[in-house]
Design a protein around this ligand. Sequence first.
Ligand SMILES: [Ca+2]
Length: 381
Amino acid sequence: MYLLRRARLFYLALLAGVSCPQVLLWADPGYVAQRIATGLNQPTEVVQAPNDNTDLYIVQRLQTVGFTTTSGGIIKYDPTTQTSTTFLNLSSGIQNVQDGGILSMAFSPNYATNGLFYVASLVGSGSTTCRVDEYKVNGSAVSLNRNILTYTNLAPTHSVDWLGFQPGGNPNYLYITTGDGGVEANISGFQNYSQNLSSEYGKLLRIDVAGADAFPSDPNKNFAIPSDNPFVSTAGALPEIYASGLRNPFRASFDRQTGDLYIGDVGFNNEEEVDFLKHGVNAGPDYGWAKREGTLQTPVSGVGGAQGSSINPIYQYAHNGAKDITGGFGLSRPDLSTGWSISLCRLRDQPNFFDVGFRSDDRSFHIQRGKWRRHRYHFDD
Ligand SMILES: [Ca+2]
């Protein structure tokens, strides 16, 4: 059963490039597809600011200025009037190397009063510096307030991926997904950092961005630790880790009605997967990578292993070539039916980035570049 079939959702397609098909593969009745913007350059995410149902904030991994593609930015866009303004323009350190650039943003739940938002980026020479920075809006000015987290990746991919605050949760707790460092599992020297609790690679982190710095001697970690994080008392473990066993969790999504978290984890050779973290469960789940790829044992000697206590995804699909899961949205619609629904997307061609989501008034939006497919999935609680 598809929960969304009966919903009349205004489907906003933000398409980048004239080669993209305008006819969207959203064939269910009740949907209306409408192109509302063109000219985007590798958009990675669309978000809304709290208490603002007018504007969309479109994160672009890169931006082209003249003949130079070295900048990432965030566009503030009103889809009704189709007018846009530059909200944030980053050029410093942005390199067009694999996943380099801006990857995600999240507004503080108290944005209306504190003006704070957070940006995840992959910057620096060779694009191996992962950053989470805090920005502050003051009137029409937007400025860097401080660095929250900096760490060095192994490669310019599978880096700091996504930022989010749990709806209805602590407004100071920022969730961060991180990739496994970027070294492929079948390359000599691969180390399974995703299973290593002393590494920030391949994790879901949860940090307190309002509390006193828990690492005063470390300029690269400037945040507090929620006292009930699962590994605060585990010797050798990073206390900011909330879950482990991820590979490249490029997008995640909180169900805004339940606080449950859906994590889209890009697969290795076979399976794209969606991992699920139920609200209130803070036992530090392990989602399996790199022992497991979805429900399969990773077919690399010395890497793959039995499931053990790791948690299987709630959904997975086989990929052929480059069909990465890079967008998705967890959505419960108790007004329509019981259960949960999630929209999944995957790509045919790389390099492409996109996102899918729903506005707080339940209007859908979607950004894309290149061909795509859309999947919907329903499962019982
Ligand atoms: Ca510090």
